[in-house]
Design a protein around this ligand. Sequence first.
Ligand code: EPZ
Length: 419
Amino acid sequence: MDKLVIEGGAPLKGRVRVSGSKNAALPILLAALLPDGEVTLENVPDLRDIKTTYRLLELLGCQVENGAGVVRVTAGKDLQPEAPYELVRTMRASVLCLGPLLARLGRATVALPGGGAIGARPVDLHLRGLEKMGASFVMEHGNIKGKCKRLKGAQINFDFPTVGGTENLLMAAATAKGETVLENAAREPEIIDLANFLVACGARIEGQGTSVIRIQGVDRLSPCRYRIMPDRIEAGTYLVAGAITGGNLMIEDCPLEALDAVATKLIQMGVRIEEKKDGVQVSRKGRLQAVDVTTQPFPGFPTDMQAQVMALLCTAEGSAVIRETIFENRFMHVLELVRLGADIKLSGQSAVVRGVDRLVGAPVMASDLRASASLVLAGLAAKGTTEVRRIYHLDRGYEHMERKLSAVGARIRRERDES
Ligand code: EPZ
């Protein structure tokens, strides 16, 4: 396993380029199962979860050629309908192959994903929606086994605006017979990107980005060439990196319009965010002020930025309450931040963060993707040396983070972790 060793205190200055979005690339790669022929995707990030998705596609019988951000996926005639546990347990998003496999083959066997570190993360809303489209499921030895004739359009109302559920149903509905209406659908920008990819393949979709999405099923989709949107959560993480170190960063390919709730909060804290012609500039003057944060489905404050903004609040003036309403266990970074000298009290789904003058470096342990980002951010600001262990969590969703940070002045290096 690897660790990151960080000497804190250096203000970050210079230019950082945002990579392609992990949470758009994942569903779009699996949607490439739908058309017959070669799909070409650009701006695909080089991440652990993306490599896992390539392996899943190959296990399902696809050809995958990956070269420098451009990936070609060919779903031929001999597709297999099974996503095995040893792969699904490493990446919950594998469940997104359910919709495409049912649409393409009329059958699918996907290991029940189990929870991740951040919570139980069931898929009941995915299955209920697919059942309304004519699929039937049995649970067998920890696998979800689904089958259907040709899926048919249905009216589906989600109890919760589930991102993955909306994505699975979008992919299932694209070639179903008749119209599907998704109500209380997720509105995340990655949903729009997936819908735009499907439209580029010939799907007929309206309302993506709103709570009601209408899909007129078509008989078949054709392969296309598509460019993945930039990663708004990576971009948000670098906005915080510029602010927490008191530096001055220019963030290239920053999808600021997809980060409105985050930018609004950061500006309320006193962070300066300016849109320039070649990127988004982030800096700050003096100490930041604490503001309360509550995570919500898009367009509210994203849960995937909660750990990062908590790191920033650790050294702001005053106290802030952070409420996590999406996942039931997404405060694993709190005790590690406390090891760095943060003053945080947990009560249920809320954390009260009291700003301290300075964090102090220490060895800490990453537990999940965004928690590890939070610890790196805190380490960049802390006095002295911080070691972040188990950074395979970080590698799931951040492309070459230590390289990007070193290039703008961070004193950070990756080392083997023999402990
Ligand atoms: C997606 O996860 C993202 N993952 C997550 O990002 C993100 O945190 C989440 O959306 C919320 O924005 C990918 O896109 C690959 P949900 P997903 O379905 O689809 C409950 C990261 O850091 N729920 O909107 O799993 C569920 O338990 C990752 O990049 C059900 O109860 O999110 C959770 O509490 C972490 N039943 C909540 O809804 C269901 O059938 C949100 O889940 C589905 C979900």
